[in-house]
Write a protein that binds this ligand. Structure first.
Ligand code: SF4
Length: 166
């Protein structure tokens, strides 16, 4: 993870004060890893995706468009904002997302996604690897369909997108 879990200094201080109110922040170690400046746009796209509100059609009327990512949630909580930035920073890593986030396994990441971004998490119906899932959402939002098969079940890349992450 980059400095301060990818959060700004101010946001990181707020996060620490929220979760560890008695900790003296002057004692925090100085991190060394910077976010790659060439990937800031990518990181910001991921944050926007995570904070978007999914219209799942549950209140649908007949002429309503198909479920789609519509707009930024008018009021995502502070915790959601922190978590969106942390997850986006984790996506810049080169290992499985749960590993780069310092979690124990993918199930923990699934729980984190369901708790913080339930609408988006519900779209991952096939238990796709989360980093793959997030980037696939971005590609589809841009109209980019780079999959080599029309169906995951018969795709040669199936194990790259699904399956265990150990
Ligand atoms: S398994 Fe194949 S078709 Fe499915 S998301 Fe991955 S690359 Fe695309």
């Amino acid at each position: 993870m980059p400095n301060r879990l990818g959060l700004s200094l101010e946001a990181f201080k707020q996060l620490i004060a929220y979760h560890f109110p008695t900790l003296k922040q002057t004692e925090l170690p100085q991190p060394q890893r910077q976010l790659d400046p060439d990937r800031v746009d990518e990181r910001d796209e991921l944050i926007r995706l995570l904070l978007k509100r999914l219209d799942d059609g549950s209140n649908a009327v007949s002429d309503r468009p198909a479920p789609s990512l519509l707009s930024i949630d008018p009021q995502p909580s502070q915790q959601q904002r922190w978590m969106a930035e942390i997850i986006a920073a984790g996506c810049m890593g080169s290992d499985h997302l749960w590993q780069d986030l310092g979690l124990w396994n993918r199930a923990e990441l699934s729980r984190l996604m369901e708790q913080n971004f339930p609408s988006l998490a519900q779209r991952n119906t096939g238990d796709m690897k989360w980093k793959r899932f997030l980037y696939k959402q971005l590609c589809e939002a841009e109209g980019i369909y780079s999959c080599r098969s029309p169906s995951c079940e018969v795709c040669v890349d199936y194990h790259a997108c699904f399956g265990p992450e150990n």
